[in-house]
Design a protein around this ligand. Structure first.
Ligand code: NI
Length: 167
């Protein structure tokens, strides 16, 4: 496994819409393994391939307290959502910035698992928020895109600092 470099805003590559994985192979699993190792190393709960400049539709997530229950999602597709929940979130691609974002309270997602087998799960609360956030990444969307213009403006000084730090 390897630690991958994580893109941070305002990197335009984060706006890339990822392509479907045509076939789940050892190459796919290698990417998932690397994503998981990178996510754990960085202390995240989810990491999408887009964030590692790999534009294929997959992400990893581990919302367990012991960080020992990773779930791998390939070609994830949300088929149903229920309710709304506003919760504070952060992102490894937007280090040090947190904001409240409204997402579905509960959702059902279809995906292919680590072995390429079709799977489905219904989750709520934090896990639902996380899955929704990661699928956003695969569509080139970051949580800042969900904020009102006013909220975004309030974060402007921090965002400028982040961009400067990177340059
Ligand atoms: Ni993120």
């Amino acid at each position: 496994m390897a630690i991958l470099e994580i893109l941070t805003i305002p990197d335009p590559r984060l706006k890339t819409v990822a392509k479907e994985v045509a076939e789940v192979t050892d190459h796919t699993r290698k990417i998932l393994d690397d994503l998981l190792e990178t996510m754990l190393e960085e202390g995240g709960v989810g990491l999408a391939a887009t964030q590692a400049n790999i534009h294929e539709r997959m992400f990893v997530m581990d919302v367990s307290t012991g960080k020992n229950e990773p779930i791998h999602f390939i070609n994830p597709r949300i088929i149903e959502t229920f309710g709304e929940l506003e919760m504070e979130e952060g992102c490894l691609s937007i280090p040090g910035i947190y904001a409240k974002v409204t997402r579905p309270q509960k959702l059902t997602v279809h995906y292919l698992d680590y072995h390429g087998k079709p799977a489905e799960m219904t989750v709520e609360g934090y896990a639902a928020k996380c899955i929704h956030h990661e699928i956003d990444h695969l569509n080139g969307v970051v949580f800042l895109d969900h904020l009102s213009p006013l909220k975004r403006k309030m974060l402007e000084p921090k965002l400028k600092k982040l961009a400067k730090h990177k340059a």
